[in-house]
Design a protein around this ligand. Structure first.
Ligand SMILES: Nc1ncnc2c1ncn2[C@@H]1O[C@H](COP(=O)(O)OP(=O)(O)OP(=O)(O)O)[C@@H](O)[C@H]1O
Ligand SMILES: [Mg+2]
Length: 351
């Protein structure tokens, strides 16, 4: 329980639900056949959060994301953004609400015959702003995404990362509350991916924009998301704080994604090979840097050896995971485990 308490303490802040999806389902019809792309999805995204949805190809990620701004109309269910129920709005009202929701895409979807400046100005023209106001706003946006020197270029003259920066500037033009990202970095190399992810974090922190992103890369989730939902065959199979999902994945699909970025050695292979008791220790937050293990064994005759370990940071929060072998008498081993748990460590017994 100790570790759960720590996790909730880390994210303690006032919670306002900005996106509320209740029982969303979407069936596509092709001829007489109906394909249910997503089924009974319930999902809430809090204001100020970066929320990630991960799933394999065809899992229903894009369908789900497109239901949030009603680019796709769910067959059943309710979609609320900022308290407004979108499914019952008139076309005019929906158009107004959509200004509060920006969106970026894997293949950028830029106007190829328009310059960077014109691409970014496009939604401002639709919102009927004056020419002077548009130019001023576009200059601000160019600066925000670092493209001031490229304003008069055409998309074909830009790198993938620069094209996505144009997409981001265009999505932010009308000062939305929410940014939806559909595989925004999947067409980019790892270094460019990281620079776009850093820009998204910057936008989230400086402008307070809530971000809902979909991806099939666990690296993206680990780098920038606060919470994650894992979607498989149209259903949410696991959801929670990223740190928790990483350290204790429960569903097979989640395990699959976590192993994309984790050490591939499974210490359970040592069960029966090593004679001592094997335990997995999870540390989160300040506990990570405390000499808890040393203190737990020092008054006993227990020896320990580390079989696997990582100490790292996730979104600035330290965490550690060690697999250790405790060597000594059964009663002393039990005592050490009790002390570790008493200190707030999550202790899993592998043998
Ligand atoms: N317009 C459509 N008409 C019919 N079926 C569709 C349509 N769009 C999606 N589907 C089907 O719905 C399911 C979910 O598709 P979706 O595009 O949401 O998946 P995804 O998780 O975004 O996949 P990817 O990672 O490949 O982008 C798939 O079986 C797909 O074939
Ligand atoms: Mg998709």
């Amino acid at each position: 329980m100790g570790i759960l308490l720590k996790w909730s303490a880390i994210t303690q802040q006032e919670v306002i639900q900005l996106i509320e999806l209740v029982n969303i389902s979407k069936a596509y019809r092709s001829g007489s056949v109906s394909v249910e792309a997503i089924r009974n999805i319930n999902l809430t995204v809090n204001k100020g959060e970066i929320f990630g949805i991960i799933g394999h190809s065809g899992a229903g990620k894009s369908t789900l994301l497109r239901c949030v701004n009603l680019l796709e109309r769910p067959t059943t269910g309710s979609v609320k953004v900022g308290g407004a129920e979108l499914t019952t709005l008139s076309p005019g009202q929906l158009q107004n609400q959509r200004r509060r929701i920006g969106m970026i895409f894997q293949h950028f979807n830029l106007l190829s015959l328009a310059t960077v400046r014109e691409n970014i100005a496009f939604p401002l023209r639709l919102a009927k702003l004056g020419k002077k106001e548009i130019n001023h706003r576009v200059d601000e946006l160019l600066q925000l995404v670092g493209l001031t020197d490229h304003a008069d270029k055409y998309p074909s003259q830009l790198s993938g990362g620069q094209k996505q920066r144009v997409g981001i500037a265009r999505a932010l033009a009308n000062n939305p509350d929410v940014l939806l990202c559909d595989e925004a970095t999947s067409a980019l190399d790892p270094q460019t991916t990281n620079s776009i992810l850093a820009l998204l974090v910057d936008i989230n922190q400086k402008l307070g924009i809530t971000i809902l992103l979909i991806t099939h890369e666990m690296h993206v989730i680990r780098s920038i998301c606060d919470r994650v939902a894992v979607i498989d065959q149209g259903e949410v199979v696991e959801m929670g704080e990223v740190l928790k999902v990483f350290l204790k994945p429960e569903h097979a699909v989640t395990l699959d994604f976590v192993s994309q970025v984790a050490d591939s050695f499974d210490p359970r292979e040592l069960v029966g090979v090593r004679k001592g008791k094997l335990v997995r220790l999870n540390y989160v937050g300040d506990l990570t840097y405390e000499p808890i293990l040393y203190n737990a064994v020092k008054a006993t005759s227990i020896q320990f050896t580390i079989l696997q370990g990582i100490v790292s940071r996730m979104k600035g929060t330290p965490y550690g995971q060690l697999v250790i072998e405790l060597i000594g008498s059964g009663s002393e081993v039990d005592k050490v485990i009790a002390v570790l748990r008493g200190e707030g460590l999550d202790v899993g017994e592998l043998t």
